[in-house]
Design a protein around this ligand. Structure first.
Ligand SMILES: [Zn+2]
Length: 613
């Protein structure tokens, strides 16, 4: 398998602005990747087979959860359904378990459990939204009555209602995947002030002053529609009332890099390809297994809306390093450049996760993914699709080709989030989902710029802005250190955050991550200052990219649930920091300060550490 993998190739440097740090073709990269085979190379702990993947071990996990339920005095009608499992670190594994009532899933109510090598529960992180369903329990909207789970509508009728609610689909609309309707219990949430914050003026509220509580429950269908309208992908999740067909909620599921309304970047780079019948295919069979192409691959959508075929070339030299010229061939040297950008970004995303965490591909199980280049015509976006678990890159019109490394790291970050926390793509959880992708994009950028090898992320090296390379004006899409520079994203949490587009509500968490890794500055007119930091020292101390990302990755993959909001993210990030570095560690303090700096939780003093190195 390894023998067929050919390293090599490519691209003239674009000169100024390209990354001088990248190794020349073939040489340094080949030395840096001694065992690009099979996903078990040196330095990466082998993952054990998931202990909860057999029927017996699944039953054992459910039995443990049911025992815990009984200890808490919960009703037996409240059940559990294992929805997803993936390997964790050091022989552990992580299971995501939906809470059910009379076997119907309760939306956003779930547990993430970490299991040891023997399948025993090590930790459980839960979002609790189920208690009011049971008669006599606090929060029950209809005391004395059981919640009825018999729908009046069929799933088909719910799909029709969801489709009818979408704006002007037109005659050219077609389904990319068949729509689905899942019967769920939908907790309708409302925000409530905690005791002590009732009399605060709105603008003085901190994220910890309010909490999301269940107002009441609706029996509903979660309808997933994945469509193309002309060339435009139109993906939505819609919550339809199962008794009367009302639209209870709806959000856009197209996980893009560009918000609403609106390697030619890396110089000469080595990419992995596969020789087939005297030609070369853009398949990297040293990374990933299974999936659509059996390994990481780049396809040519050739201005269509579907992925198309894997790129093939007569020689193993690809691309011309120049932006795609509109109307030109997608298969000549100029047309291949978008594919080169894509493969470089994909290989680096894969290597960052594998080398640093032992996390294989997007799902942690090494399932291969692919990127389709040249989707649509002059398409000004890139997106991750949850139907193919792959990515599409447009050629851009107001942008250059959307294949910069931070954009690819961003979209592939959606794949990791989808396979783990699956943060719901609306409200505060949607902002955290987008931020997780921005963070991933910047981390991959830093890792690649430092040579793309080794088990740690460099302390710095990324540019802290998203999409600068693809911007024709040089103006980035987003500024992580000062989100408000885009004119739409806030720098801190407020009660209005949940109503913003997810590409803007990501802003405060992006800023948190900047402060956590790089620290803040006391210059109050500068971009790196927070008025919420009121303890000592006045500027908080950062802990570097590597530690910051380890804390974030652990929280997103083992603690966040689909409904995690900013306040809960802070709690779970502190827990992650304490588990990795100890209670009271400077890293745990830095997490608290970084969240305080975006108006989530209170600030605390940094203290001289005792007894630690
Ligand atoms: Zn995104």
């Amino acid at each position: 398998m390894n023998k067929r993998t050919n390293l090599l190739t490519l691209l003239a440097s674009l000169g100024a602005g390209s990354l001088a740090l990248l190794a020349p073709a073939g040489t340094a990269f080949a030395a840096a990747q001694p065992g690009t085979g099979a996903g078990t190379s040196a330095g990466v702990a082998a993952m054990s087979a998931p202990a909860a993947s057999t029927p017996q071990s699944r039953a054992a996990l459910l039995a443990q959860l049911e025992a815990r339920r009984a200890e808490r005095g919960l009703d037996a009608r409240l059940g559990f359904a294992i929805v997803n499992q993936h390997p964790g670190v050091k022989g552990t594994q992580v299971a995501r378990v939906a809470h059910t009532y009379k076997n119907v899933r309760i939306f956003g109510s779930e547990s993430v459990v970490v299991l040891d090598a023997n399948g025993r529960i090590q930790s459980e992180s839960a979002s609790e939204r189920r208690l009011g369903l049971v008669k006599g329990m606090p929060g029950n909207a209809a005391p004395g009555k059981d919640f009825d789970v018999t729908p009046a509508l069929t799933g088909k009728a719910a799909i029709d209602a969801a489709l009818a609610s979408l704006p002007a689909l037109g005659a050219g609309a077609k389904h990319v995947a068949q729509p689905t309707a899942e019967l769920i219990i939908y907790p309708v949430m409302r925000s409530e002030r905690v005791a002590g914050a009732r009399d605060k003026p709105e603008q003085e509220l901190n994220a910890l002053d309010v909490q999301d509580v269940v107002d009441h429950f609706e029996l509903a269908y979660l309808v997933r529609t994945r469509m193309l309208v002309g060339e435009q992908p139109v993906y939505h999740d819609t919550v339809v009332g199962a008794r009367d067909g009302r639209i209870l909620d709806q959000w856009n599921m197209l996980q893009t890099v560009v918000g609403v309304g609106k390697s030619q970047y890396n110089g000469e780079v080595p990419i992995n390809t596969t020789p087939v019948d005297g030609k070369y295919k853009m398949i990297d069979d040293s990374r990933g297994t299974g999936g659509t192409f059996g390994a990481l691959a780049i396809t040519n959508a050739n201005h269509g809306t579907s992925a198309g075929n894997v790129y093939v070339n007569d020689t193993n030299t690809w691309g011309d390093g120049k932006n795609y010229i509109r109307g030109g061939s997608t298969t000549d040297a100029n047309g291949q450049t978008a594919a080169v950008n894509a493969m470089w970004g994909l290989m680096n995303t894969y290597d960052t996760l594998k080398n640093v965490f032992g996390w294989l591909s997007l799902d942690g199980k090494n399932t291969s993914t692919y990127i389709a280049a040249h989707v649509n015509t002059a398409y000004d976006n890139a997106y991750y699709s949850d139907t193919c678990r792959c990515m599409f890159i447009g050629d851009g019109n107001s942008f250059y080709s959307l294949g910069s490394i931070d954009v690819i790291g961003h979209e592939m970050g959606h794949g990791v989030t989808a396979a783990t926390s699956d943060l719901t793509y609306s409200g505060e959880s949607g902002g955290l989902n987008e931020s997780a992708s921005d963070i991933n994009g910047e981390i991959v950028e830093a890792y690649a710029r430092a040579g793309g090898k080794g088990e740690t992320i460099p302390l710095e090296g990324n540019d802290w802005v998203l999409g600068k390379e693809i911007s024709k004006t040089g103006t980035p899409l987003r500024w992580m250190y000062r989100p408000s520079k885009d004119g739409s994203s806030p720098d801190a949490w407020s009660t209005s955050l949940k109503r913003l587009d997810v590409h803007y509500s990501s802003g405060p968490n992006n800023r948190m991550f900047y402060f956590l890794s790089q620290g803040s500055n006391i210059d109050s007119v500068g971009d790196h200052y927070s008025k919420y930091l009121v303890r000592k020292p006045a500027a908080m101390t950062g802990i570097g990219l590597d530690k910051a990302y380890r804390i974030w990755f652990k929280a997103n993959t083992t603690k966040f649930t689909s409904s995690t909001n900013y306040a809960e993210a802070r709690t779970k990030m502190v827990e992650s920091a304490e588990e990795l570095f100890g209670k009271g560690s400077k890293e745990a303090v830095a997490v608290q300060r970084a969240y305080a700096a975006i108006n989530v939780g209170a600030d605390i003093d940094e203290v001289a550490e005792q007894g630690r190195e």
